[in-house]
Design a protein around this ligand. Structure first.
Ligand code: SAM
Length: 338
């Protein structure tokens, strides 16, 4: 049956409760093995919160803005069926194609983050790269593909065994990055290495992020150096990103906190927390002139999410609930959500 979607003038949803307006039994998408695989990989991680499913669920809030005829199922990021959720663009075949593999390793990023990372590395083709946060080798499979040589740091001692034989051009460094990164940077500086890419995705505390970036900023670039930080939407990570001493380094020419914007997470363990997003800092071999500013093009989006009743309620539970904003948030939540 044809489906017509016509956008009317945007209207606030007034926090109306969700209403199931259509439902059609159909063959489960999760019966396809590749979809099951992606569900398994992405169903529960903060890097993959908001993926569109095909389905039949509509909310009244959305329904006010869309005129739906026939049967249309739109499964939003908070679908209860995690096995059905999280497919869609994760199956984007160009990702597999550009990495030359039909099967990817577990990769804790959203589709847009993956595409952005692939784009950067495919065009930079770094001679030398550093990754902080190896985990299952998700982002490392891209670094290994497009870099001549890569160093991957993680505290997990199991990693060299887990990824044995997979990435011959990668050297694993096991231990905390604040201890391993300074000697690595010194070594690369002595070698005159053309370091042109670094991914910061290890310790997600504000202090951990700040230290990783400040240690990377000790390197004087010989070629353009791109520093990418994952989870820039998360308040702790964002604080670390802002506290890092970017401006003191004359080779830093640009820092964008929301190169890719993050989302409000819907996975049970991270529900209503802000995760995801890629920040990007660019260092050039020559000194900058003039004023330096950090940009954050999704800050209003992030603030709007932070100040939504659900998120504030989450943030102000417990001790902070007694503060004025906490009480307002609780009251607002009662009024809007019940
Ligand atoms: C989110 S995972 C990395 C995901 C990976 N980059 C990807 O895209 O698939 C974070 C990793 O950082 C590691 N980690 C946490 N704290 C660390 C630290 N202080 N130094 C080095 N690695 C750390 C954890 O062991 C974990 O494997």
């Amino acid at each position: 049956m044809p489906v017509k979607i016509a956008r009317s003038a945007p209207r606030p949803s007034f926090g109306l409760p969700e209403l199931l307006v259509a439902s059609t039994p159909r063959v489960s998408l999760a019966t396809r093995p590749e979809r099951r695989e992606y569900s398994r990989q992405f169903g529960s991680h903060p890097g993959n919160p908001g993926l569109i499913e095909l389905g039949t669920k509509m909310t009244r809030g959305i329904g006010q803005d869309y005129d739906c005829e026939g049967e249309l199922k739109v499964n939003y990021d908070d679908s209860l069926d995690r096995d059905e959720a999280g497919n869609g663009l994760t199956l984007f075949p160009l990702i597999n194609q550009s990495l030359g593999t039909p099967k990817l390793l577990d990769w804790m990023m959203s589709p847009s983050e993956k595409v952005a990372l692939i784009f950067l590395l495919e065009h930079l083709r770094p001679k030398v790269a550093i990754e902080i946060g190896t985990r299952y080798g998700g982002s490392l499979q891209v670094l290994s593909q497009f870099c001549h040589r890569a160093y991957s740091i993680d505290v997990d001692p199991d990693i060299p065994r887990r990824l044995e034989g997979k990435f011959p051009n990668v050297e694993y460094l096991i231990g905390p990055s604040d201890q391993l990164l300074p000697p690595l940077i010194d070594r690369l500086a002595e070698e005159g290495a053309e370091l042109s890419f670094a991914l910061v995705d290890g310790d997600h505390s504000a202090e951990g992020v700040r230290k990783d970036i400040d240690n990377l900023l000790r390197f004087r670039p010989i070629v353009p150096l791109y520093i990418v930080m994952h989870d820039s939407f998360n308040p702790q990570c964002r604080l670390g990103l802002i506290q890092a001493h970017w401006s003191a380094n004359r080779y830093v020419h640009a820092v964008e906190l929301d190169f890719v914007a993050g989302t409000v997470n819907s996975a049970p363990n991270f529900r209503n927390q802000l995760w995801g997003g890629l920040a990007l800092g660019i260092l050039l071999p020559h000194e900058r002139r003039g004023r330096f500013e950090i940009t954050g093009r999704a800050e209003r989006t992030r603030k709007a999410a932070m100040f939504s009743p659900e998120i504030r309620f989450k943030q102000f539970t417990g001790r902070a609930k007694r503060t004025l904003p906490g009480r307002v948030a609780v009251k607002a939540k009662r009024m809007l959500i019940g």
